[in-house]
Design a protein around this ligand. Sequence first.
Ligand code: 0PR
Length: 378
Amino acid sequence: MQTKATPPKVVLLDLRKRQAKETNYETGKVLCSMCTKPHIVAKKAHELFFESNLGDPRLFQETAQLEREVIAQLGNLLHQKSATGFIVSGGTEANMLALLTARNASNISSPEVVLPDSAHFSLQKACNLLNLKPVIASLDESYIVKPLEVEKLVNKNTIAIVGTAGTSELGTIDPIHKLSEIAVQHKVHLHVDAAFGGLIIPFLKTTYPFDFQLQGVSSMTVDPHKMGMSVIPGGGILFRNSEMLQYIKTETPYISAKSQYTFVGTRSGASIASVWAVFKTLGKAGFTEIVEQCVKNTGLLVKELKKYSLSLLCQPTLNIVSFRSNKNTNRLSETLWRKGWFVSYIPRYDCIRIIIMPHVKKKHVLKFIEVVKEIEML
Ligand code: 0PR
């Protein structure tokens, strides 16, 4: 820290200059992110509640009420009106809380979790932290987990199985209905990681069974800071019922509220206000419109890639497209980065991943194709 004080005006001027150099979603060139430019109402709500801390919900009762309302809305959307849960720091914390619940609800000394090979790496972090053995189930040719294999891997030590509704790499949806049957039959916790897909799938024309409608689903991750147009940090964890909370309860004796359930103690009330504001502003109609736009632009990208014989890894289920160069895919990805187009390269599939978030418009897709054509000399 410098010795002298600086007038806030000067500080802010400095920061504005720095911000102008920062990556900006509005350029339409960020194609590797599951986050997007938050809705303007999220920004305003954040400003209004920026002092609020849900580490102490008795002190900030109005924010605590907003959180209950947001969780009820998510529960309603995901077919479990009485679901309980929290707005947390992100999908990582949500996944950790789900596995902690499953572990503490069981009495197993060497607990195992069955994870699809496509599960997000946050579940590996969770296993590491919670001393759980990850057991990996392989994928079929459509890149979704094989339920028969999951079933074979379930044994007396299994405390949970996980399915993903909107995988991070390819946006595929595991056969959650089949995983649910396995969970019911073997009386094991099924956690659905819908961090990305949870605020897309309910608004698609095609229906996929993936939520609490399926009897075996015990918990779900659904992140407002991804397709929920809300600010970071804004993850979400939902549990089928409030009894499950006993397994993640920590006593907080000297704080006005007597217990906490999340890993994070001091917790942003501004995030909750943002989610509340976006849900109210958009409603189901607004979300449907946003998702439809993303799906439409995804279709446009697919059509253009096919036109130039660039091969797709799979037909997109959601708004994620993965394709290969006809020459060297990793090199294409590097060249795109140098030209300011931010894509992801997935080594194990040797493909480029493009996420068509709401900030990626038709004009950006068309421009991107032009750049790819130029690099590939098509
Ligand atoms: N579950 C799934 C299915 C995810 O895709 C992610 C993150 C998580 C859990 C973890 O969520 P948090 O990062 O909120 O803890 N998926 C993105 C990814 O790996 C995260 C991301 C977002 C990465 C924006 C880069 C980026 O620019 O692609």
